[in-house]
Design a protein around this ligand. Structure first.
Ligand code: 1CP
Length: 353
């Protein structure tokens, strides 16, 4: 691992590059047999996150197989609510479940601010271990959930489709929801700054459920808090700005608002055309995306032509980072991922004259 690849950082700094960088959301995950083996060795998912050496191992696994241009910290967005004392468990077949929920003013008032050098120290240990092991091979992405997305899990106590409890709280008692979002904003800012201090070179905010909000409520309950976080990010140890990226799933129609968030990059799901997104955000913002992860079930020839479609949709230029429109799913054959990554390497140089 001696080659130094800073392609993604250069794109986020606005420099010219010779091809499109590529990585995948959930690139370390269950579609890889070696991930499943390490996960088994760890015991539970949270035990894997808490063990810096094993978290580092699974972070590096996809990089050994594929020519990826970034590593992403192996952890989860739900580490913050867990550290606030809600008691997180991942139940196979059901997903995350919390022992406690947050549904009243008293519940919000009772939430402690998690300490980055105590309850969340295991995350920073993983960041330090991974950064040192990468040794410059590719940049390391740190991440957090958005306050709104974290709040949906804390209010519901689990994954949700309708967000019945979270929306009732937001619409019926907006001041309680805002108090929760303000607390989470402080915690997420501290969390990302601690990851930056530990060596994260890019930070990404996953707003997976922002797209569930009505148009008037998206800025109020999600975007404004993410802006606040971006404004509160520290520089790295050398005094450089650490690029920030926002990903609101289902947020393509709000790009004209997101472009002024202060983030250098915006992630897109597959419902938005990169060409129209580029017109909306202008040439100063990097766009990341947006192959439908479902396309990876198709055969390698189809994957190749769909990569071509995404690249030509963005068009000529240096401010695109290739990714999926959401995380890769456990059923994808690993050789289809090779076809995807290889196609980006093969086709994208033609878009960088
Ligand atoms: O048993 C397992 O192996 C659990 C599967 C798994 C994995 C691999 C979960 C449970 N989390 C993760 C890792 C993870 N989660 C990463 C690691 C880095 C990488 O991308 O490779 C990241 C960035 C996340 C982020 C995350 N977790 C998000 C935001 C991004 C997204 O995909 O929308 C969300 C919503 C979660 C919650 C979560 N974690 C895991 C589950 C099953 C869920 C619930 C998802 C839901 O509510 O539908």
């Amino acid at each position: 691992m001696s080659e130094q690849n800073d392609l993604m950082l250069r794109v986020l700094r606005g420099e010219k590059v010779s091809r499109t960088p590529v990585w995948m959301m959930r690139q370390a995950g269950r579609y890889l047999p070696e991930y499943r083996a390490t996960r088994e060795q760890a015991g539970s998912f949270m035990d894997l996150c808490r063990n810096a050496d094993l978290a580092c191992e699974v972070t590096l696994q996809p990089l050994r197989r594929y020519a990826l241009d970034a590593a992403i910290l192996f952890s989860d967005i739900l580490t913050i609510p867990d550290a606030m004392g809600l008691g997180l468990e991942f139940i196979p077949g059901r997903g995350p479940v919390f022992a406690k929920t947050v549904r009243s003013e008293a519940d919000v008032d009772g939430l402690p601010f998690p300490q980055m050098d105590d309850e969340l120290a295991y995350v920073m240990n993983a960041v330090r271990t991974i950064r040192s092991e990468l040794n410059g091979k590719v940049p390391l992405i740190g991440f957090s959930g958005s306050p709104w997305t974290l709040a949906t899990y804390m209010v519901e106590g689990q994954s949700s489709r309708e967000f019945a409890q979270a929306k009732t709280l937001a619409y019926q008692q907006p001041e309680v929801m805002h108090a929760l979002l303000a607390k989470l904003t402080q915690s997420v800012t501290d969390y990302l700054n601690a990851q930056i201090a530990a060596g994260a070179q890019i930070v990404m905010i996953f707003d997976t459920w922002g797209g569930a909000l009505p148009h008037w409520a998206y800025p109020l309950f999600s975007l404004d808090y993410m802006k606040n976080i971006v404004a509160g990010l520290n520089k790295d140890s050398e005094g450089n700005r650490v690029p920030a990226m926002l990903f609101t799933k289902g947020g393509g129609q709000w790009l004209h608002l997101m472009k002024d968030s202060g983030a250098q990059g915006l992630g897109l799901d597959w419902t938005t055309s990169l060409a129209s997104a580029r017109k909306m955000v202008g040439e100063d913002i990097v766009l990341q995306g947006n192959l439908d992860p479902g396309m990876l079930r198709a055969n390698p020839a189809t994957i190749h032509s769909e990569v071509q479609r995404v690249l030509s949709d963005y068009g000529m230029g240096h401010r695109h980072i290739f990714n999926l429109g959401h995380g890769i799913t456990p059923d994808i054959p690993p050789d289809h991922v090779s076809a995807f990554i290889d196609a980006v390497h093969e086709i994208s140089p033609a878009y960088h004259e």
